[in-house]
Write a protein that binds this ligand. Structure first.
Ligand code: FES
Length: 108
């Protein structure tokens, strides 16, 4: 399992998004109204970053993020593509809060 420290809980106000190197990938870490989430910061449609995309809360399910380039959306819990033009999932990661710190871990 690979893990990185994403920052302090106190710096992640609701709505904050941050892109970090994670091995050979970039991971997008964010805090929404429903919690902390982390997915690969690379749209599976045409490699655009997902950083800065609008978040939609989905009432009980994980929220989604929309790619700003062509509008595909992804489930922040699983990385699943929810709308075209993307149809392939992006990687999703586990977020662990340890004391005052936010950690991101690979799920494998
Ligand atoms: S690059 Fe994201 S929808 Fe096309």
């Amino acid at each position: 399992m690979t893990r990185i420290m994403a920052g302090e809980v106190s710096e992640f106000e609701v709505g904050m998004q941050k892109s970090l190197e994670f091995g050979s990938d970039y991971v997008l870490v964010l805090r929404s109204l429903s919690g902390f989430w982390a997915i690969e910061d690379r749209c599976s449609h045409d490699d655009n970053e997902l950083l800065g995309g609008p978040i939609t809360e989905q009432g009980g399910a994980a929220p989604s993020i929309k790619c700003l380039r062509h509008g595909a959306s992804f489930d922040l819990g699983t990385g699943k593509a929810l709308s075209l033009p993307a149809f392939k999932a992006v990687k999703s990661y586990r977020v662990v809060l340890e004391g005052t710190q936010v950690w991101v871990e690979s799920k494998i």
